[in-house]
Design a protein around this ligand. Sequence first.
Ligand code: SF4
Length: 400
Amino acid sequence: MTSVEERCRALRRLVERLRSPELAGDIVRRIREEVKAAKRALGVEVVRIMHVCGTHEHTITYYGLRSLLPESIELIAGPGCPVCIVPAREVDEAVKLALEEEVAVLTYGDMYRVPGSEVSLAQARARGAKVMVVYGFREAVRLAAKLRRDFVFFAVGFETTQPTVAAYLARGGLPKNLKLLVSYRLTVPAVRYVLNQPDIPLNGVIAPGHVSTITGAGAWSFLPREYGIPAAVAGFEPIDVLIAVLGILKMISRGRPSIFNEYSRAVTWEGNVLARKMVYEVFQVVDKDWRGIGVLPESGLKLKDAYSSYDARLEYNIKVSSWVDTRPGCRCPDVILGRAKPTDCPMFMKACTPEHPLGACMVSSEGTCSIWARYGGYSRLKVDEHGDLMGGAPSTRGAR
Ligand code: SF4
């Protein structure tokens, strides 16, 4: 049995290795070689690799990984921000509840400032609405159990956040004064949707590590099977992402698209079978609209009839008949789908900043516009023509 100190030391050694500039330089040199063969195999000038996780975009931008890579590799941010894709209609529902009903709406901090058609939950609170920020669903349950008032939890998120809520419901452990405004979305159908867009050509996908702990690496096997595209499930340290890129290039150059599980320290092929079982016991898969994008088939969840007594929409009969997903000129839907970069939006860091966000992508810490605004969208790391690092490792203490 190892002591806590020994485990902490091992963890620290792992993190140091996964942030090692020397190791990064070695992998980048191999990437520079491998990309030549990959380009030849594809017959393209630029190999386009999409990731679908806000945390990956954070790692890539914060550590300046794009600047380490040759220009013939484009790393594209895809639909990876679970807050950015919540339609204004659902924010409006939460606002309506908080303003018009005798309930307190509980929400994650990231969701708090996401704009609705007119106001965000934060702005609604300034107008007297009852809105409280919680760190997680357990806190919502604790609050409801402790206080007598009625609560509604705004249940947003991808596959990682759903099992906790499902577990409480399946075990009958929810206080009666806590209802759910379900706004869950699924990542895998969103990636399929992107791949079906002819104007978003992709050569590889970095699959999200967190989501894959639940879905399993096998959930991405449709990419090589149906689209002939390789995918790598990756962790969230810079070395994880670089190894994933190298793995994808190798699969391309060898003409053998498959699934490479780079994040095997957390992800298995099957994923968390028990968590998924609970989710599908409580929720059913339905078509859902994504903010500014439209309805994606089988891309969301709703409560099954057996759990409808927890459904805030039924309990309070909330109706929102019209809504506005994006302000004029905001390119958030294109940024979410990887059609545009934040810098393609004329309002980026002019009319739209993290302090005065106009679109959801500028609000959430996982939104691509917000990440580029905070960390520059370009490198603080540079390599010379041989792939050697110049100027040392990046600071780990925050933004520029
Ligand atoms: Fe929308 Fe602001 Fe991003 Fe432009 S910079 S796409 S306005 S969120």
